[in-house]
Design a protein around this ligand. Structure first.
Ligand code: AMP
Ligand code: MG
Length: 914
């Protein structure tokens, strides 16, 4: 199928020291090829159908070529590409290094040989050489059968599949059942994504199973009534499962296929490949797993006659050039007789014969070590997927898991030790060494302290309006007094139905000064969402302006209008001292995110969490009084929290974009340039639009651009630096449930990585990548990301069951802490930074929203015009979806403009500006 290639070469290299009779060796090779028909069989094709053609001894030609020694030439010989249609499937080269030093390379194509063939091959060469050196010809018993006889016999034995009672039909039936719904591809902890076409380039690392462990292996095998191979197979399945491959693990293994004594002396391809499928579901103990493995293995061996290629034809659901069909990991235990070449008086030492081609992603080979105890292991890996270090770590992990399983076979396999102590310490302690002692504080305390420090500095700029710190503080204080009289206070919420405006900032500050948590309600939200938010948020009061009053009324609220004469008058009259018993544990805000059942859920974040987050941010990026921070994120998203409060706690200036301005990249670029903005935030899809704006390159006052909300693609990073090479770009990650962001990564123009990490944990935060049994997974292995520490939200407002589901006990904490289960997939890289890999569930992220696929469906169903259109969601990376457009059937009587308007009204923030 792939044409001549070296993938299925079986290379042997032998160093020959002594007086070699080259002519005798060549003649001996001829004798052997004459003896074994299969070695002089070619496979020409007629009408596209290859068939065998056995050449006569006279047609063979020269079998040995002699060359001066050259390491590259030796390597090239081992990767000789046979053209099986006209070339013998065996070739030899003799490389001369001196009169008594030579390297013999013999390469047999797998079509004519297998591992077991090497012993009879070497023996026959030895016998023939001995005869030829003496000037004679070998006298040997003719072979009882030839490979062609075996082929005919095998065909007769198997019978026709159409014949119900035939061996083939019965065995196929077994495999069809056993391998039903086999996972198409095993998820392995690869270093690089799988190329579309496998290169078959392989590397090899060595490992060993020490003598005591080998002895224990045999002991357990005996006790459980299984073979040592079954123990190794079960342990390998556990390893792969724990490395993220799931609970259904197919592993390939070769069987000799020499089921009759008459075949023992034959060179030929008898080996077959079995698929051993291991079921790890239901939290079995190792003993239980061994029982399952035994049953499956005995079944597999009893049905071993169906050639693997027939199975593939029958069962492989989708063929791919990228991976091996049916399984990608091979396990073999070599027990074939050693090949011994005895060339009278010439010392023959087998040497490494180049890198083996990687037919599989990973191939574990174990072999008894002659003379010593213990097993020698080799792991051959596809270099396209794995680095050598990763392969070595995998091999070491295999031995560790084996030891852990054998130490206590009655223990559930999910508990087997897969990390060593140093690794565990590095991941759990060193990479999470984030403790910083911070004084307990609340947002209003910190803001008041800043206002006292810099009363005359500009706190807020919005169009032509601006307020100093003293003015902002005083006005917010007056409003806060009013809010307290209306029922605001700790553990209560105040809903803000407001557009971006000075009133919005006043309302935020006044609410937290009053001790209440602010509940942002974007007036652009669909009415049904606003109704849910106001019902579940249970606010003490609702604030609006005359412009947004109608929205609040529509949701059944009776808002206090901030810009109404009476409200302003009432504030001026109030000057009672504001005494609020606010503590850091009280919620500062409640932000609604979409819920897994579709009903939005209100995340209640305490002051302690957001204050920690802001303190870390100041430490990491150091705002000064000169900084001008752009506020453009809709306040229903928690990114807006730092946009508002970070500058206000540090004496910098908060610059507000106009309402709706966050959707217009041209406006933003112009605003950033004109207002000399120094710090701003973009979700990646908006950053993409921004860097395409000609004015973006002129935003040179920027000294930090923060990205978060979605995966930041590496090519966007590169584009950004192409436009603004001097501006630092940061990738921040976090859910609303953990105070905006919990990890951060500083990009640099020198970065070349194909993915941008989400980085390392912020202060007083622990991040854990755990498997399904909540155990830490090793570096490079995908797991679910769990968060712990000071930034965790209190939970979901009024939803104790949902809170208990996502905020769970941390089994890896000695202090009885909670951890938040993010639903995000991540892995550690070798440098201790996290990489984001997507979501674990059916949610998609669209422009900063998490949304259930079902929600889109429900939404479309509720809007009949939209239901006739097709939604185009692009999957940029696994789990990272983006809504890129709609297709409207032509001539369907649809008003396209009206349709798009409805879509925009329904899903405003999911729309990527076109
Ligand atoms: P939200 O609660 O709306 O802030 O959404 C949080 C979710 O957004 C996370 O759980 C991630 O799925 C995703 N997210 C946030 N930041 C990033 C990032 N830097 N890279 C990839 N995904 C992110
Ligand atoms: Mg967020």
């Amino acid at each position: 199928m792939e044409g001549p290639s070296a993938t299925y070469n079986i290379p042997m290299a032998v160093r020959l020291t002594g007086a070699l009779d080259v002519a005798a060796l060549e003649a001996a090779l001829g004798d052997v090829v004459e003896r074994h028909e299969v070695l002089r069989t070619v496979f020409p094709s007629v009408d596209g159908e290859p068939h065998q053609h056995v050449l006569s001894a006279q047609e063979i030609g020269s079998l040995l070529t002699v060359h001066p020694y050259d390491a590259d030439a030796v390597a090239a010989a081992t990767t000789h590409r046979f053209d099986l249609s006209r070339e013998l499937p065996v070739r030899s080269w003799l490389f001369e290094q001196g009169e008594f030093e030579r390297v013999l390379v013999v390469v047999v194509h797998h079509i004519a040989g297998d591992g077991w063939s090497l012993a009879p091959l070497a023996r026959d060469v030895s016998v023939a050489y001995a005869a030829r050196v003496r000037g004679g010809v070998p006298v040997w018993e003719p072979l009882p059968v030839q490979y062609a006889d075996y082929a005919l016999w095998q065909r007769a034995l198997l019978g026709e599949e159409s014949d119900q009672g035939s061996v083939l039909a019965r065995q196929m039936e077994y495999w069809r059942g056993t391998l039903a719904e086999l996972p198409e591809e095993l998820a392995l902890p690869v270093d690089r994504a799988r190329p579309a076409v496998a290169s078959y380039e392989g590397g090899t690392v060595e490992f060993s199973v020490p003598a005591e462990l080998d002895a224990r292996l045999r002991e357990v095998a005996r006790a459980e009534g299984v073979t040592p191979f079954m123990v190794l197979q079960a342990a390998l399945a556990v390893l792969l499962s724990r490395l993220g491959a799931g609970q259904d693990i197919p592993i390939g293994t070769p069987v000799a296929g020499r089921t009759d004594e008459a075949l023992d002396e034959l060179v030929g391809f008898f080996v077959n490949t079995l698929v051993l499928r291991t079921d790890l579901s239901g939290d079995p103990t190792f003993t239980e797993l061994l029982t399952r493995v035994r049953e499956r293995s005995l079944g597999a061996f009893a049905h071993q006659d169906v050639p693997f290629e027939r199975l593939v034809e029958e069962l492989a659901p989708s063929r791919s050039m990228a991976r091996h069909p049916l399984f990608q990991v091979m396990l073999s235990v070599q027990n074939n007789a050693a090949a011994v070449l005895d060339l009278l008086g010439v010392d023959a030492q087998v040497m490494a014969a180049g890198e083996l081609a990687a037919k599989f992603d990973l191939a574990f080979t174990l072999e008894e070590q002659p003379g010593t105890d213990g097993l020698r292991g080799q792991l051959t890996f596809a270099t396209a997927l794995f680095d050598t270090d990763t392969a070595s770590a995998l091999a070491a992990r295999f031995v560790r898991v084996l030891a852990s399983l054998l130490a206590d076979p009655a223990q559930p396999v999910a508990q087997a030790e897969i990390l060593d102590a140093a690794e565990r310490h590095r991941i759990s302690v060193e990479w999470n060494d984030t403790a910083v002692d911070l004084p307990a504080a609340t947002l209003p305390e910190l803001f008041a302290a800043q206002a006292a420090r810099t009363p005359d500095a500009t706190a807020l700029a919005f169009g032509d309006e601006s307020l100093s710190y003293a003015e902002l503080d005083a006005r917010a204080e007056r409003l806060a007094r009013l809010l307290v009289t209306r029922g605001a206070g700790p553990e209560r919420t105040v809903a803000l139905v407001l557009e971006r405006s000075v009133e919005m900032v006043l309302a935020l500050l006044a609410t937290v000064k009053a001790g209440a948590a602010y509940l942002p309600v974007d007036p652009e939200y669909p009415a049904d969402r606003i109704t849910v938010v106001l019902a579940d948020g249970n606010p003490a009061l609702v604030l609006a302006t005359q412009a947004t009053a109608a929205v609040a009324h529509a949701a059944g609220a009776d808002p206090l209008l901030l810009d109404a004469e009476e409200t302003l008058a009432e504030q001026a009259d109030t000057n009672a001292a504001l005494e609020v018993a606010l503590r850091p544990e009280h919620p500062a805000y409640v932000i609604f995110t979409s819920g897994s059942t579709g009903r939005p859920k209100g995340v209640a974040v305490p002051h302690a969490g957001i204050v920690n987050r802001l303190a870390w941010m100041q430490h990491a990026y150091g705002l000064t009084a000169e900084d001008r921070v752009l506020q453009k994120t809709p306040f229903g998203f928690d990114v807006s929290v730092w946009e508002f409060f970070w500058p206000l706690l540090e004496g910098a200036t908060l610059v507000l974009a106009k309402p709706g301005g966050h959707r217009d990249p041209a406006y933003l670029a112009e605003l950033i340039r004109r207002e000399r903005i120094t710090v701003t935030h973009f979700v990646p899809s908006m950053l993409q639009a921004f860097v395409q704006e000609p004015a973006a390159a002129e935003c040179t006052d920027l000294r930090a651009v923060m990205c978060s909300g979605e995966a930041l693609p590496a090519d966007l990073r590169d584009r950004f630096f192409a436009v603004l090479p001097q501006v630092p770009l940061h990738n921040l990650y976090g859910p609303t449930e953990a105070s905006v962001d919990v990890t951060a990564w500083a990009c640099t123009p020198a970065d070349t990585g194909t993915s941008v990490p989400i980085g390392r944990p912020v202060w007083n935060t622990r991040v854990q990548v755990l498997d399904a049994a909540l155990r830490p997974v090793p570096v490079g292995v995908a797991g679910e990301l769990y968060l712990a520490g000071d930034q965790l939200a209190r939970g979901y407002l009024g939803r104790p069951a949902l809170t208990a589901e996502r905020f769970v006990a941390d089994p890896n904490s000695s202090r009885g802490e909670r951890m938040y289960r993010t639903g995000d997939l991540a892995r550690w890289n070798a440098d201790g930074a996290l990489e984001y890999l997507g979501r674990t569930d059916d949610q998609v992220k669209l422009r900063g929203f998490r949304i259930e696929l079902g929600e889109i469906e429900a939404c479309l169903a509720a809007h009949p015009a939209v239901a006739t259109a097709a939604v185009i969601v692009r999957e940029d990376q696994p789990g990272d979806h983006r809504l890129v457009g709609y297709v409207v059937p032509a001539g369907g009587g649809l008003d396209v403009a009206e349709l798009l308007a409805r879509v925009a009204a329904t899903l405003p923030d999911y729309m990527v500006p076109a």
